[in-house]
Design a protein. Structure first.
Length: 319
């Protein structure tokens, strides 16, 4: 690697360090909102019992404590990243200051490694936490109104805050893959960076699927808002898989067959068929519910891989 390439790679690592430090501060601030604005208020106002509170929030308060320390520790690398900035005259980076910055960050994350199981525990209980929120909100109007008020006040729903630890944890491997990929093997921190990367990656594989399922669940909520006439489409265990634009051959009132444009929404447990809503005041893109079919009625169960493989098919193929 030439001196110019080393300088360029060093600049890139500094950019990653700054982004990691900045986004960690934001993450901790949002975790604090989850704990103080939701968990503590729900506890103090006795909106749910202690068992339900623990089912919903799990280890989020313990995670907040750990990551508050992490955020404070890596903030100590900020001064070194500033000191490492390239000289105005030569454009050369201070590699000693960069290595010092890397050392601070890697030490902080090495100290975090023993607590990774806490993230695993939280993420494993996340699906049941969502189901608990749904059930508690259904049976308690006071809790439902509290969550609605907080969502309007904060601009994010309780579900969106609850997924934060899983989303953040999945970002850590990306940071360290980037760091290792742009760190020469003779760098004093290369071995430590690779070790942190490998250990975080191993745990993150388990969490990635939960984040993906959350996104699929959010899509169910979006579809429920878009399709009029469909009741209670949103369920804790229902995931969006895919949707298709189709032409459906149907008979009208006179018995004449006509092709109708429909949208087929594929979920983990049901199929929903909807047609364009032609009501006078319907919003553009709004659909009207036509039919719901359960997978067991078709003696077939979809998989995520199956729907992905079929996603390339054209409208003509699916008629």
């Amino acid at each position: 690697m030439t001196a110019k390439d080393r300088n360029k790679a060093c600049l890139y690592r500094l950019h990653i360090y700054r982004e990691l430090i900045s986004t960690e501060q934001t993450y901790v601030a949002n975790l604090k909102v989850l704990v103080e604005e939701f968990k503590h208020h729900m506890r103090d106002q006795q909106l749910v019992d202690a068992v339900t509170l623990n089912q919903i929030f799990g280890t989020c308060e313990e995670i907040l404590g750990v990551n508050t320390k992490l955020a404070s520790a890596i903030l100590g690398a900020s001064a070194a990243t500033v000191a490492a900035q390239p000289d105005e005259a030569t454009g050369v980076v201070d590699h000693t200051a960069e290595a010092a910055s890397a050392g601070v960050i890697l030490k902080a994350f090495s100290d975090l490694l023993p607590y990774l199981k806490m993230y695993g525990t939280y993420c494993n209980s996340y699906p049941s936490a969502l189901a608990c929120v749904e059930e508690a909100s259904r049976t308690s109007e006071k809790l439902r109104k509290f969550i609605e008020k907080k969502t309007k006040q904060l601009g994010l729903s309780l579900d969106s805050y609850l997924i934060l630890p899983a989303q953040r944890f999945c970002k850590y491997p990306l940071f360290f893959r980037d760091i290792v990929a742009h760190t020469p093997k003779d760098h004093p921190c290369y071995s430590d960076a690779r070790n942190v990367k490998q250990q975080i990656e191993a745990r993150a594989r388990e969490v990635n699927e939960l984040v993906s399922n959350y996104q699929r669940r959010q899509r169910v909520a979006e579809i429920q808002q878009r399709v009029s006439g469909v009741d209670k489409l949103l369920k804790a265990d229902r995931l969006y898989l895919n949707d298709y634009k189709l032409q459906l051959l149907r008979a009208d009132g006179t018995g004449r067959e006509k092709w109708k444009k429909v949208t087929l929404f594929v979920f983990s447990d049901v199929l929903v068929v909807a047609k364009p809503d032609k009501a006078l005041f319907a919003k553009k893109g709004t659909l009207k519910y036509m039919n719901l079919i359960r997978w067991e009625e078709l003696d077939f169960t979809p998989t995520v891989s199956y729907t992905h493989l079929r996603a390339h098919e054209t409208e003509a193929d699916l008629v």
